[in-house]
Design a protein around this ligand. Sequence first.
Ligand code: NAD
Ligand code: DAU
Length: 351
Amino acid sequence: MILVTGGAGFIGSNFVLDWLAVGDEPIVNLDLLTYAGNLENLSSIDDDPRHTFVRGDIGDSKLVAELLHKYTPRAVINFAAESHVDRSIHSPEDFIQTNVVGTFHFLESVRAYWSALDDQSKSGFRFLHVSTDEVYGTLGDKDPAFTETTPYAPNSPYSASKAASDHLVRAYHHTYGLPVLTTNCSNNYGPYHFPEKLIPLCLLNAMAGKPLPIYGDGQQVRDWLFVKDHCSAIRSVLSDGRVGETYNVGGWNEKANLDVVNTLCEILDKLKPRADGVSYKAQITFVKDRPGHDRRYAIDATKIERELGWKPQETFETGIAKTVAWYLENQPWVSNVVSGEYRQWLNKQYS
Ligand code: NAD
Ligand code: DAU
């Protein structure tokens, strides 16, 4: 079996659902259930004996050691993190605690478990660390896309904390021989995306008749990947990735934020037109920019495509259409997610 962390969050829960849909290997899911973790994402596998959920912290060495000895996973995949850049600007400490200190303790627990395995299990074991393209910093309009050899230059407390965790993972391979793999992925979107992030926030605000907040001039560029394509990339790296290597994951879909929100509005105008017949674009509102806002991210995914034969299945157009349809069809999930804590965040960030 495998152990995943953060499997109740956006990408982790999509990964758990897909893992069980494409194979039969059991999965243990360790998640602290912070504001971003939501067991409702996993309600369709409530009765599936192949999935075991454990609430807990990756930094809780005693708990992690117990889980590793009880379930003897052949691999661990570390999704758990604080993931929202704006929150890292308001409260960086949580990001250092989970992404840096938590990952360190988790690596120590896994190293102790792995060291005691027999030689065959030891060489077959994998520690896959899920990271982000934000560790590479920001690009100018004409710069080539990030490759695996682009120097790290993180600009936000979030990306600095992820960069630190990537360096720790790398060091555990070079120093102790732990068989690690790291993926650095671009912006994901799709089902179960928490509505603090641009795409789900704008979808929910559009339907609620609220402003669609665009930071600064809206010309910042992100490289969008449908979440299920990220999950398939992680499965490819886990099964065929070369130990100690990093793999950039992206969908060759660079878009300016304003274009993304305009596209969302156009899809909604067709699927759920406003009662007054006016386009949702009328709700677009330019607001104060994010401090230190990175201008452009772009992923060169040549290495994973060439070495592992991975390719995204969705274009931005097909993926975003599926995403809008999912949010329209899953209104109960949406209403439950919009909790008291989340409303407080909106007041703090946008008032
Ligand atoms: P998310 O915020 O939706 O989910 C994070 C999950 O981790 C939550 O379920 C939360 O409860 C859990 N968690 C937080 N702290 C924990 C701890 N100390 N112990 C155990 N569980 C804890 O994040 P996401 O968007 O699903 O991102 C998952 C991973 O992928 C992160 O490492 C993130 O940096 C990385 N990533 C995200 C994107 C993206 O666009 N969302 C892109 C590239 C990489
Ligand atoms: O690049 C990968 C990263 O993508 C992941 O590592 C992060 O975990 C994930 O949150 C995401 O980070 P971003 O900061 O790019 O995502 P976010 O959805 O917060 O913002 C996307 C872009 O939209 C960014 O340029 C900021 C802008 N934005 C965001 C919000 C929430 C707005 O213009 N208005 C908003 O209200």
